[in-house]
Design a protein around this ligand. Sequence first.
Ligand code: HEC
Length: 182
Amino acid sequence: MGKFLFGSFAGAVAVLAGGFLWIRFGLVNPRADIPESILEKRLAMPSLDAALDRRAPETRNPLEPTDATLVAGMNIYQTNCAGCHGDLERPRGMFAEALYPRAPLFVQDAPDMSENQNFYIIEHGVRLSGMPAWKQVLNDQQIWQVTTFLSQMNKLPPQVLAQWRTVTTAGGTATPGKELHR
Ligand code: HEC
């Protein structure tokens, strides 16, 4: 039994050391434009989901999804997020496929996580991915606005959708936080 335990322990150490050396000595392909590996796909998303269940505080969204909030959120999204996550004009974004892991395409597949988890991800970003920590740029109010926009993205009131279409075709030049006046 003692020998068996020692053998298992030595085996585990050898595997860990091998993995460390594999990474340390550059045997991992560093390119972002290659298909995502099955191991990373199987591990990374469930790991992020589990980490969010543990860490994201149970805060309630203080905003109602009024047109004004949605337009403010849309402006923030169009200025800061659309390049990676896509918009009406370019649902696959500019960079979604240039990132590893790929950025989720919200126009095609609206985010389905709870608002407190989306808030937490937007505020803090995702380590080892292209997703930045937006608290450097956006205040809490703006993060809730864009969070509200994400929750309503696939069921926007027609007048908000029309404004989004206008901003998108104008090349996404709206100023963050500013409402559209037309
Ligand atoms: C430079 C590219 C980039 C920009 C800009 C960017 N993101 Fe991301 N975002 C990513 C990537 C890549 C992921 C996927 C991370 C992963 O797979 O773990 C991600 C993930 C997310 C997620 C989690 C989605 C999910 O289903 O797991 C949310 C929510 C999100 N981003 C919102 C935003 C918002 C809101 C903005 C703008 C304020 C934004 N992102 C800007 C690259 C970006």
